[in-house]
Design a protein around this ligand. Structure first.
Ligand code: NAI
Length: 469
């Protein structure tokens, strides 16, 4: 294939938007069109005020501002973009199935298949298809099956190019990735396609960081990477419970083990549990794949990572109840943070949702403050669980745009997201306006517990055994 000059990406979400913006920034000679069926999302990507783009990521609006209108375009004209592109990235959602066989575990590939069929219908010339979405190992063969039976003689090469960016640091990660992984067929045509994608990344990524493998290794590596990362979180979280019983301190333990170069210091922060759209979904997928090959022990091993994570969220909620004298009925609990981690407005699978759900079952009143998450998202997340009627969620939860207001008259504050701004608050002012004893449950070990205790708060930081000293 000739040099790539026109790319299209199907799916303008948390991955499609930022990755394509970065390619457009680094490759001004390539026209990049990101398409989506969701008109509101595309409208937001095209908003005159670049601060209103639908994905919040530090530095992203600058990248978009530089390239948008030059060689970066957002559009709902999916067919046109497919027709014109030489290379098509598929970056649509691949959530866990909520129905039928594999419900609750397998990835729902409905949207991937729709994309493949649409590409098959529209294409009139040869194209390279790039799986950007995270997919179960061997998905490329399903896509290939659809694309090779069009009967119109068009040739497709299918590559796997999983995305390793982390939300909250997407721009940094895309600008200087640890590695880029490209999987392709080991045929002459496959090698040409791989090289075409390598050439795009080589515009800014050092060659030694661009790894090429066969398609299946690439697909499986993405699931594996997320499984390993989530496993580290569940491992450290499992030890918080031991720390709380034994007067060991999880922060000290994490530091002590993290200095071992074989273990390393990253991803050892104890918390109320991991969230985000990927970790749980990808592990469940791995578990499903293992089970479908009859690998029961392998499946059980990875499933435990999810079991521990669910336990941690429930445990945190139960601690709040227990420490509020075994009832939160009618009590006001302020949530600091709703996003699944700091520096993102993404709330998918956020621990906050599950902790809130548990406390609402106990008739608590929750007031939520998050610097980036809008009110309608909080309600949508709770309604999605289907635990109670939407009106009941509205009655039990208030979303407040001022953190000081959110905790006025509250019995307790629960820190659910590690937003930096929480550390700089006027905690004396917060204390003065709360009911006493004023309690803080720090699910992220974010705040300086000693300072807060000096003010008068009773503080419980996860993985340390003290509520008040
Ligand atoms: P998302 O839900 O934010 O975006 C997906 C977009 O695709 C939506 O806007 C949806 O309207 C659009 N879409 C679905 N079907 C379509 C079709 N047929 N035509 C046009 N548009 C269509 O999802 P997100 O977070 O961007 O994830 C995409 C994939 O990337 C998933 O497979 C995910 O596992 C993977 N991934 C996500 C990461 C993350 O941090 N969010 C990181 C690495 C991989």
């Amino acid at each position: 294939m000739e040099n790539i000059t026109k790319i299209c990406c199907i799916g303008a979400g948390y991955v499609g938007g930022p990755t394509m913006a970065m390619i457009a920034k680094k490759c001004p000679h390539i026209q990049v069109t990101v398409v989506d069926l969701n008109e509101a999302r595309i409208k937001a990507w095209n908003d005159e005020d670049v601060n209103n783009i639908p994905v919040y990521e530090p530095g992203l609006s600058d990248v978009v501002a530089e390239a948008r209108g030059r060689n970066l375009f957002f559009s709902t004209e999916v067919d046109k973009a497919i027709d014109e592109a030489q290379m098509i990235f598929i970056s649509v959602n691949t959530p866990t199935k909520t129905y039928g066989a594999g419900k609750g575990q397998a990835a729902d590939l409905k949207w991937i298949e729709l994309c493949a069929r649409q590409i098959a219908n529209i294409s009139k010339d040869n194209k390279i298809i790039v799986e950007k979405s995270t997919l179960p190992v061997r998905t490329a063969s399903a896509i290939k099956d659809i694309l090779t039976h069009t009967g119109n003689g068009v040739q497709f090469q299918i590559l796997s190019n999983p995305e390793f960016l982390a939300e909250g640091t997407a721009v940094e990660d895309l600008d200087a990735p640890d590695r880029v992984l490209i999987g392709g067929d080991n045929t002459p045509e496959g090698k040409v396609a791989v090289q075409a994608l390598v050439d795009i990344y080589a515009n800014w990524v050092p060659k030694e960081r661009i790894l090429t493998t066969n398609v299946w290794s690439s697909e499986l590596s993405k699931l594996t990477a997320n499984a390993f990362l989530a496993q580290r979180v569940s491992s450290i979280n499992s030890l918080t419970e031991i720390c709380e019983q034994t007067e060991a301190d999880i922060n000290e333990v994490a530091k002590a083990i993290g200095t071992d170069s074989r273990i390393g210091p990253k991803f050892l922060k104890a918390s109320v549990g991991f969230g985000g759209s990927c970790f749980q979904k990808d592990i469940l997928n791995l578990v499903y794949i293992a089970r479908s090959y009859g690998l029961q022990e392998v499946a059980d091993y990875w499933e435990q990572v999810i079991i521990m994570n669910d336990h941690q969220k429930r445990r945190f909620a139960n601690q709040i109840i227990k420490n509020l004298y075994n009832t939160v009925n009618g009590k006001k609990i302020a949530f600091f943070g709703w996003a699944f981690k700091k520096d993102t407005n993404d709330t998918r699978e956020s621990a906050a949702i599950y902790v809130a759900d548990h406390l609402l079952n106990e008739q608590a009143h929750i007031s939520v403050y998050d610097p980036k998450v809008p009110e309608n998202q909080v309600y949508a997340d709770l309604d999605y669980l289907n635990t109670r009627e939407a009106e009941e969620n509205k009655a039990g939860v208030q979303v407040i745009t001022d953190p000081y207001e959110a905790c006025k008259g509250s019995h307790a504050i629960a820190v659910l997201t590690e937003w930096d701004e929480f550390k700089g608050y006027d905690w004396q002012r917060i204390y003065d306006n709360m009911l006493k004893p004023a309690k803080i449950f720090d699910g992220r070990n974010l705040l300086d517990a000693d300072k807060l205790r000096a003010i008068g708060f009773q503080v419980r930081s996860i993985g340390t055994n003290v509520l008040d000293k």
